[in-house]
Design a protein around this ligand. Structure first.
Ligand SMILES: [Zn+2]
Length: 98
């Protein structure tokens, strides 16, 4: 018998720059590892959202939104964990024979 299962594979998530800039069209300001961007979770006039361009973490000191790429995608798109993982192509198929 062959069984197929899928499991979440974090390494398949897109890179932070690609994810925030290309996928979500977010302009990143400043230099270094932490960049500034307009926060999509509150009515932001200054770029208050902090985004780490290496590990994809985000944090907003104004509305206290925080998380990683997966959480960001869920929050912005209104998806649950499963939908977000599927949408970002981060499931890996595991085929077992036996
Ligand atoms: Zn915010």
């Amino acid at each position: 018998m062959t069984s197929r299962r899928v499991r979440f594979c974090r390494a398949r998530l897109p890179g932070a720059l690609q994810f925030y800039q290309e996928r979500h069209g977010i302009a990143l300001h400043g230099g270094g590892s932490w960049r500034n961007a307009l926060c999509p979770f509150h009515a932001d006039k200054n770029p208050s959202l902090r985004i780490h361009i290496e590990n994809g973490a985000y944090w907003c000191p104004v509305c206290e939104a925080k998380g990683d790429i997966l959480k960001f995608h869920q929050q912005v798109m209104g998806m649950d964990f499963h939908e977000a993982v599927l949408d970002l192509g981060a499931y890996e198929e595991e085929v077992r024979r036996g």
